[in-house]
Ligand binder design. Structure first.
Ligand code: PEP
Ligand code: MN
Length: 338
């Protein structure tokens, strides 16, 4: 942090500022120029509220030279983090291929889809049991029964399961039953929920909020990590823009940006990004080519009858073709599909 003082600040005020900086646990390094004085603050500034300095009448401006996140920061952890999801590694050279229906609708549906996506090369099964819907009249998910169905599908196929946690009251049961706990876009800044995720060591799939900046998203990951759970995987799922033709706009730049700023794995969800099934394949290919650590794709055996997100769901045959292509792209970018 660098504090720029107003021109002609008195020596007494410079000394007062230096004392204030020391009181906050940092070391001041003062440079007195002809026109202005600047004070560099050396030390951990992540816990310092810079507003304290900004409001001082002697201060012109405060500039940050360090990001406000520490545990997620690549600077303090240069190597890629690899997250272990019940034996499936995510990050580094390992690709997470998450596939399954938007929502759990019945045991037959989930098991049929799970078997198909596994045969195509998926290594994790997704399915929403509790659904965050825009309308209170829309299908809200099967709840606990849905979780049981996912567990049955894991039993049948051996695929670890991914499901979205909507409310804190279900954390304990998710910790018990789910292999990768998804925090959806709408809950990305539910700080109370994020803090409680430190109570579990289960990996967390943290989706990007609908209009979250990279820093806000990384700070949400930092909440989970600071609470004691460092097993965080980020998921870009499209952000809101002026464009209304697609559901959201997929931000592929998030891949190299997140990899530069953090050491966490990042996967791409092209289904919720475009909202159209035919956009999934080109965006999924681009994501893996750009260095994504995995994909989360909605797959449905009968998309036209799906209770949620049928329009963006691939049929199992299309998913199979997609993974064949991903299999040829993966080694080119130093990744392994299986
Ligand atoms: C989902 O993956 O089922 C979902 C609701 O996604 P998002 O939170 O990204 O909208
Ligand atoms: Mn969905």
């Amino acid at each position: 942090m660098i504090i720029v003082l107003k021109p002609r600040t008195s020596k007494e005020n410079v000394a007062r500022m230096e004392a204030m900086i020391q009181k906050k646990g940092m070391q001041p390094h003062t440079v007195i120029g002809e026109e202005m004085t600047i004070i560099g603050c050396i030390g951990d500034t992540t816990r310092i509220d810079s507003k304290l300095f900004e409001v001082d009448p002697c201060v012109d401006k405060v500039m940050h030279v360090q990001e406000p996140y520490k545990l997620a920061n690549r600077a303090f952890h240069p190597e890629d983090s690899v997250v272990n999801v019940s034996g499936v590694l995510v990050g580094g050279e390992h690709l997470a291929m998450i596939a399954g229906p938007c929502s759990v609708e019945s045991e037959e549906q989930v098991i049929e889809i799970a078997k198909a996506v596994k045969a195509s090369g998926a290594n994790l099964l997704r399915g929403g049991a509790f659904k965050p819907r825009t309308s209170p009249y829309a299908f809200q998910g099967m709840g606990m029964d849905g979780l049981e169905i996912l567990c049955a599908a894991r039993e049948e196929t051996g695929l670890p399961i991914v499901s979205e946690l909507l409310a804190l009251e279900h954390l304990e049961v998710f910790d018990d039953k789910v292999d990768l706990i998804q925090i959806g876009a709408r809950n990305m800044q539910n700080f109370d929920l994020l803090k409680h995720l430190g109570q579990t060591k289960k990996p967390i799939l943290l989706k990007r909020g609908l209009n979250a900046t990279y820093e806000e998203w990384i700070m949400a990951a930092e909440y989970i990590m600071a609470a004691g759970n460092e097993n965080v995987i980020l998921c870009e799922r499209g952000v809101r823009t002026f464009e209304s033709y697609t559901r959201n706009t997929l931000d592929l730049q998030a891949i190299p940006v997140i990899k530069t700023l953090t050491h966490l794995p990042i996967i791409i969800d092209p289904s919720h990004a475009g909202g159209k099934w035919w956009l999934v394949e080109p965006m999924a290919k681009a994501a893996v080519a750009a260095g994504a650590d995995g994909l989360m794709v909605e797959v449905h055996n009968d998309p036209s009858c799906a209770l949620c997100d049928g329009a963006q769901s691939l049929k199992p045959e299309k998913y199979d073709m997609l993974l064949q292509t991903i299999g040829t792209i993966a080694p080119v970018v130093g990744k392994k599909l299986r």
